[in-house]
Write a protein that binds this ligand. Sequence first.
Ligand code: GAP
Length: 516
Amino acid sequence: MKEEIMEIALKRGFLIPSNEIYGHISGFYEYGSIGTPMKRKIERAWRELFLYRDGNYEIETANVLPEAVLRASGHLANFGDPLAECKSCKKRFRADTLVADHLEAEVKKGGPHVKRLKEHLARLAGMKPEEMSAKIRELGIKCPECKGELAEVGWFNLMFRTNIGPIEGNAGYLRPETAQGIFTAFPRVFRAHGGKLPIGIGQVGRSFRNEISPRQGLIRLREFTQMELEYFFNPAHPQHPKFAEVADSKLRILTRESQKDGKDEETEMTAADAVAKGIIPNEILAYFLVRESQFYAGMGVPSEKFRFRHMLAEETPHYSGGNFDLEVSTSYGWVETIGTAYRTDFDLRSHQEASKQDLSVFVEEEKRRILPHVVEPSMGVDRLFWCILEHCYRENGGAEGRDWSWFDFPPSVAPFGCAVLPLMKKDGLKEKAEEIVSQLRDAGLSCYYDESGSIGRRYARQDEIGTPYCITIDYDTLKDGTVTIRFRNDGKQVRLKVAELPSILRDYIRNGKVTA
Ligand code: GAP
């Protein structure tokens, strides 16, 4: 499945392997002319739901960070992966992936040791290099390429290092997450908006991680886009002003108990129940999990295909008040696509100590200064993009017995809102079609124009990139100013007046209408 989707994504212009003509380096993908508008729509939808609707603010901070910032945040010391090198062929691998692959293969075989194997798997995340070396020896793991012996496990920091300016040693790093820029900018943004808690500050931007051997397409990239929100609040009031709106919404949670006892079964519970039972640490975090759930469902990822995994204590940083990963079932297995963390005051406290700046804020009602706490929903655009491709992909079939595969994207994220197709190029149809394209584009609709090939082939081409509506210009258009709209999912057509098109299309897109 993943190979098929990737091939289609490359062929139809969603993705481009970076610098392909020089030989693609793994971990880098670019968005093509079909993928880019779709990525922008995903980002816009995130801004609308996570920023604008709640009155949160957006900033844009630097991609290059000085060493001091990353020392304070802990990335300099801790942001790495265990590295195992083969003594014979010298190839390098992520040691934890080698062990995890080995254990997962054993789990698949079944048998009485499955529970113990799963426990080993769960403990991998917090293991030190020397423990990992011992595990590799214990399990008899060899180099996956040449079956050679693996050397002792080392530690590889994932940040790309550079020099700031011409002075060697004035180290800078490409940011490994967008979050740190938000913490360092916090005092100014807070003051600019009246100095009141709670305040949400988000950003959408590139992050960089020099992954050891990324071989999973968009899932593990060395350069990728994050959409992160840091929600700063007074720990004495861990409530979200809009929690009542989501309190009864259901969440599919993979509890710690279910992971520990090896059952791996999700439990459905309301956001309010999960907080009351102490599974989710506070209403703020629960509020964001519901919004994430709504966001994913709106992106075309079916709700039974994702879950919130409560991270185990051993996987969770010491300062954390609780971490939940949104995981999506994909052809790569369950993939973490959003991390939501109650980061307490860890980041502000660390930057306060390192910078010697007072990052506390004055709370008027309590007449005292406090360091705000933070809940952080952090999501990657690229992993979501991949999940949308996988879950919206439809093979052949459909109402017309089509013999082409297509994408059932929600209209709001489809690369193009509609396509305009003149039935013929002659007799003034082409000119009329061009006029209508201009009108639709002027009205703010993203509109594809295609005049080449048979009309059936053009419908198929639009299905292949998931365009929800094809507008055909025919001889009646010239006579009475009407057009047909063909709906992507059932291929049925209805006739409408040209003048009504912009408002009707906007309604269709807003309501997700995909059949006649
Ligand atoms: N500030 C917290 C943070 O960065 P993370 O779990 O490391 O947390 C958040 O990353 C999200 O960023 C992930 O859930 C994933 O969607 C995306 N992400 C992280 N590393 C990635 C990579 N190498 N390639 C693609 N996306 C990645």
